[in-house]
Write a protein that binds this ligand. Sequence first.
Ligand SMILES: Cc1cc2nc3c(=O)[nH]c(=O)nc-3n(C[C@H](O)[C@H](O)[C@H](O)COP(=O)(O)OP(=O)(O)OC[C@H]3O[C@@H](n4cnc5c(N)ncnc54)[C@H](O)[C@@H]3O)c2cc1C
Length: 320
Amino acid sequence: MTLALAALERLQTIPDLTVQTGALLGNHTRFRLGGACQALVSTTSEAAYLAALGVLTGSEVTWTTIGGGTNLIVSDAGYPGLVLQYNAKTITVDDAGVRVDAGADLNDLVDFANAHGLAGMEAMAGIPGWVGAAIYGNAGAYGQSIAERIEWVRFADGAEVRQFGRAECEFRYRESIFKRNKGWQILSAGLRLEVGEAGVLQAKSASIRATRDAKFPPTMQCAGSIFKNLLLRELSPAVAAQVPANVIREGKIPAGWFLEEVGAKGLAVGAMRVADYHANLVYNTGGGTAADLVALLSELKRRVFDRFGLEIEEEVQFLS
Ligand SMILES: Cc1cc2nc3c(=O)[nH]c(=O)nc-3n(C[C@H](O)[C@H](O)[C@H](O)COP(=O)(O)OP(=O)(O)OC[C@H]3O[C@@H](n4cnc5c(N)ncnc54)[C@H](O)[C@@H]3O)c2cc1C
């Protein structure tokens, strides 16, 4: 019996754990790309999730985690191991603040905070995906990011369940300590929000969602912005001098500016295409492959490097 089969047999004995063998990951990614994994293992029970981690941690079995699959590239060959998905979705509030499970939809959290007159999340309306991954990648938009609101994050590090305060999470632009420690599993988080007016917060979120829906239609098979924006302070003076002042926002230069300069708009490999109206948006026009997507991203990176000597970095995550 292979190690994975032995592990699967043990996982199948854990109550409240769903084990779906041969799950097609293309059904779990917004790009609609990706072959099968050995099994998709999911649960809304923290006890069951920790029990599954207990089986896998320290074993030779290959495993990884996904959330809502909105920021993922999975290879056409699929994933040669087990894929975990923690689906717990509870959101509560008391005097200590808001508590949220990692599997809650980020948009449900925004709506919850807005409805309770709690300010600080409203500009994140419309960012797809789940809270765990939002913390992992420090998701944000329109001047807000989840890092600013985090009080604590509870996670499993393989040996034990621990809790970090915000500073220990080492958040930076689209970065956190969780991104650098791939096996760590975010379970829940506490957020500290400010007093606001529900109607005002809801109106702001509605307006942002309308703007975002025009840019990223809800049915578009994509990952949002595909490359990270660039921090002005990290650019060489020679490159920074070429960037018009009106392009710089909050110390960042959109990767789209560099991409547009190298003629990215409309570029395609197979069915994977750069949007005509947004040089940092790559989407699957239908029937695309991960191989085409990777080839297109390589071409975009090559062009920016050849012209600016700059290595742009994917915001999207490769399932590994
Ligand atoms: C149309 C569109 C617009 C977008 N706009 C924005 C935007 O404005 N701002 C922004 O920041 N992002 C944006 N994104 C990217 C995406 O929404 C975020 O990165 C989101 O946080 C991903 O959530 P997910 O649950 O889909 O994660 P997934 O894509 O499933 O996973 C992403 C990563 O998180 C890890 N992960 C998932 N759950 C856990 C967990 N519990 N513990 C540890 N690691 C975990 C996975 O291993 C993976 O590496 C956009 C995406 C789309 C499709």
